[in-house]
Write a new protein. Structure first.
Length: 347
């Protein structure tokens, strides 16, 4: 680190080996020693030129702060990153005004890492004079004396604004893609007219519940219902009115069910409710309320009075989704044959 510090000092000040050193070396020193100093001075100057070039190409700025005397050493690139004139080198003074938060985040992090003996990194935001906000990625290391006291800081900074902006843009694009995919999935599982689950989603949900059901026969039930004389509604009032009737029936059905229950549109005017954890009496009561709610709700609207017929089937141990739906469908036809606007329990 002492070598880095010395090298940084020469980068910032532009010094090579002091002329006085060469002069002293020449006073009574063998010519060979003088030549060696000259060669070392030339090599150091070449290395410093290469280092400055590498610093510019990499966009790296160096900063050294001696805590004992409060002196800073800024490299040319560090000044350029901050939009400061090179004439301010090596110490531009207090630059907290270049930071939107007055340096609170940067110096707070430096304070929290006061005992850290390993390099640590952070991002610091600056606003160069007359410019827009920039983002710096910094790597810092503390310097300690032989007693363990922190005596200096050394930091390397790079302007990563464009990189961060690209990363943010990619993350936003990724989030949008995920959102669009989720929306597409939702649309794929939703009936566009009523907003209920569509047939695919409803049958899939039923399959999951049947697969999870235990030997208790009272844990699951389905209510299959459709709109009575729906063709007549379309023929007499038009398909637009028919669509409004279906939407209202969907709303009324949803209003009678619990949050954990599922209701979906599985056909033109056919719906399926899936309920669980209700006794046979409770399930039948729910079906009766649903039947009455649709009749009363449509009667109070400006739509044609509408009723529904319901077939109710309860889960039996060993049932498949197809078994349950077949029994509910048979009960639904019994309700229709029995005069409609009623509930029939599957045998």
């Amino acid at each position: 680190m002492d070598q880095v510090k010395q090298l940084l000092d020469r980068i910032v000040t532009g010094r090579t080996w002091p002329a006085m050193t060469l002069a002293r070396a020449g006073q009574g020193a063998p010519r060979r020693l003088q030549e060696r100093f000259r060669e070392q001075n030339t090599a150091l100057a070449e290395n410093l030129t290469k280092l400055r070039l590498a610093e510019r190409l990499a966009g790296l700025g160096c900063w050294h702060y001696d805590l004992r005397i409060g002196r800073q050493d800024w490299s040319e690139q560090m000044l350029q990153i901050h939009g400061l004139p090179l004439e301010l080198a090596p110490d531009p003074g207090d630059v907290r005004n270049l930071m939107p938060d007055g340096g609170e985040a940067l110096f707070g992090e430096i304070a929290r890492n006061r005992a850290n003996r390993e390099p640590y990194s952070l991002e610091n935001r600056i606003r160069p004079p007359g410019g827009t906000e920039r983002i710096l990625r910094m790597v810092l290391i503390n310097e300690f004396d032989e007693t363990g006291e922190r005596v200096a800081l050394f930091a390397v900074a790079m302007d990563v604004t464009e990189q961060v902006r690209r990363e943010e843009a990619l993350e936003q694009a990724r989030a949008r893609a995920i959102g669009l995919a989720a929306e597409a999935q939702k649309l794929a599982m939703t009936d566009p007219l009523t907003g209920l689950a569509n047939r695919r989603a409803t049958i899939e949900w039923l399959g999951n519940l049947v697969g999870a059901s235990d030997e208790e026969e009272d844990t699951l039930a389905v209510l299959m219902f459709d709109v009575d004389h729906f063709k007549r509604i379309n023929d007499c009032f038009g398909h637009q009115t028919g669509d409004e009737v279906l939407k209202q029936v969907a709303t009324l059905a949803r209003g009678q069910l619990r949050a954990e229950d599922v209701v979906g549109r599985i056909g033109g005017e056919e719906f399926l409710c899936i309920v669980s954890c209700l006794s046979e009496i409770e399930t039948r009561s729910l079906a009766d309320r649903l039947c009455r709610a649709v009749a009363a709700g449509t009667e109070e609207s400006n739509l044609p009075r509408t009723t529904i017929s319901i077939g109710l089937a309860r889960f039996r141990n060993g049932d498949t989704p197809e078994d349950l739906l077949a029994r509910a469908d048979a009960a639904l036809y019994e309700a229709k044959d029995g005069g409609r606007n009623q509930v029939r329990l599957a045998a």
